[in-house]
Design a binder for this molecule. Structure first.
Ligand code: FES
Length: 145
């Protein structure tokens, strides 16, 4: 029984990780910075010229849509025969939108979801609508106008 009272605090600090705990915390803080979990595409200019084929009507599900990552465009079909095109750049911090689900157009970075019919955010942190892009449908071909 030779324990000294001062030995206990040192032991607790080591048990909690001490400096190693601080080191582990830094990557977690960096992950909150905005670019983790998705690619950044902050320039909303589409990478396709007006009139160039973008996709076909058959590739865009009714009530959903497709992400065209290379073109930086999201094409949706809110109701049968109604097509919309949006910039795939999230209005929160500029991440590239990554998927279209039953809930809407999802951003992988912080979880914003946008309406497939209006581009308005359904859940944040984004608080402004996606940039709508004018499109043309000719036969089954969809192009930007
Ligand atoms: S960049 Fe933050 S939710 Fe899209």
């Amino acid at each position: 029984m030779n324990e000294r009272p001062s030995a206990t605090p040192v032991s607790r600090r080591h048990a909690l990780g001490g400096a190693a705990g601080v080191g582990l915390g830094l990557p977690l803080l960096a992950a909150c910075g905005g670019d983790e979990g998705g690619s950044t595409a902050s320039d909303p200019t589409p990478e396709v010229a007006p009139g160039e084929p973008l996709t076909t009507t058959a590739d865009v599900p009714v009530g959903g849509g497709v992400i065209l990552a290379e073109e930086k465009v999201v094409v949706t079909q809110p109701s049968e025969g109604e097509f919309k095109a949006w910039s795939n750049v999230c209005t929160h911090q500029g991440c590239a939108l990554e998927s279209v689900t039953a809930e809407g157009i999802r951003c992988p970075c912080h979880g914003s979801v946008f309406d497939v019919a209006t581009g308005e955010p359904l859940s944040g942190p984004a608080n402004s609508a996606l940039a709508e892009l004018p499109l043309t449908v000719e036969g089954d071909s969809i192009t930007l106008a």
